[in-house]
Ligand binder design. Structure first.
Ligand SMILES: Cc1ncc(C[n+]2csc(CCOP(=O)(O)OP(=O)(O)O)c2C)c(N)n1
Ligand code: SF4
Length: 300
């Protein structure tokens, strides 16, 4: 069976018996997390995986027992304990001599905020876990409250006038733990995405992937615009596509155009920035400052 065409990505045989995300799931149309799960299934291929999912949209995706929308074993965890649970499962797999790779698949609320203590602890101990955060920049599953990942200016159900503090630098936080591998992943750059997912699946120790995951429901955007939104976020410089090895060596994988019109289009395609009217100068300043920090890390 051949994979359907996927952007510019080379077509390869689908060697996994069934996708990680099966059809018939309940995710909203145009959900970026769904796209990311489909890509994960392709990256996993015939590797054996176990997935820990804390409270978030992705655990609702699993559906009611005895049915599941997942084509891999999934353990549902509390918000705060996903990384701790996955650490234990990875040790059991190692002690049993199994080749199983253990993953966490968590939202930004469960990563940037409520799960951060166990993420930090697992990263510090360098547990053999791949932690993936799909970041829809809100607590999507419970009505779209703001999280530490919500960008400044975005209207959420708890920031009706727009959030007034900046998004947390989760890559900086994880880099400070000196984990073997961490990367940001763009759904609009499938070759880079697939390479990173496969590398992260096979690498040992704590690995962290961050995926910007458009959420039409929370972002008040058209379901069909999700990938274009990610492309605009990358082009504008808002979403740097990078990887960091051992917390020290940072590589920029996609050179952005640093395009202010791309930022303006990114914002105008979403309803969540409309409340206050966008402060273009402030938004642009944040992007330029973040890039200066990033280039200092890279040593440019
Ligand atoms: C300790 C705790 N507080 C609150 C909740 C309710 N809750 C379940 S899912 C969720 C939102 C999760 O947000 P996020 O991690 O960003 O994932 P998303 O829903 O956006 O996919 C909340 C607040 C909970 N299950 N446990
Ligand atoms: S609320 Fe957002 S993240 Fe959750 S299933 Fe819907 S589109 Fe996906």
């Amino acid at each position: 069976m051949n994979e359907p065409a996927l952007g510019g990505m080379a077509q390869t045989a689908l060697d996994r018996a069934e996708p990680i995300l099966r059809c018939g799931n309940t995710n909203c149309g145009g959900c970026g997390m769904s796209v990311a799960l489909q890509m994960l299934g392709r990256a996993v291929g015939d590797r054996k995986v176990q997935i820990v999912i804390p409270a978030c949209c992705a655990i609702v995706t699993a559906g009611p027992f005895p049915f599941s929308a997942y084509g891999a074993p999934v353990v549902s965890s509390t918000f705060a304990s996903a990384a701790a649970l996955a650490s234990g499962m990875a040790h059991v797999a190692r002690l049993n001599g199994e080749p199983t790779r253990v993953l966490c698949w968590a939202g930004d609320g469960g990563t940037f905020d409520i799960g951060m203590a166990t993420v930090s602890a697992a990263a510090e101990r360098n547990e053999d876990v791949l932690y993936v955060c799909y970041d829809n920049e809100i607590y999507g599953n419970t009505g779209g409250q703001r999280s530490g990942a919500t960008p400044i200016g975005a209207v959420t159900s708890t920031t009706p006038l727009g959030k007034d503090v900046e998004k947390k630098d989760v890559i900086g936080i994880l880099a400070a733990h000196r984990v073997p591998y961490l990367a940001t992943v763009s759904l609009a750059h499938p070759d880079d995405l697939m390479r990173k997912m496969r590398f992260a699946l096979d690498e040992r120790g704590f690995r962290f992937l961050h995926i910007l995951a458009p959420c039409p429901t929370g972002w008040k955007s058209e379901p069909a615009d999700g990938i274009e939104l990610v492309r605009l976020a990358v082009r504008s410089g808002l979403y740097p596509v990078v990887e960091v090895f051992n917390g020290r060596r940072t590589v920029i994988n996609v050179k952005p155009e640093m395009s202010r019109p791309a930022l303006e289009k990114y914002v105008s395609l979403q309803g969540r920035f409309k409340e206050k009217g966008a402060d273009w100068d402030a938004a642009w300043e944040v992007i330029l400052r973040n890039w200066k920090d990033l280039e200092a890390r890279v040593g440019v």
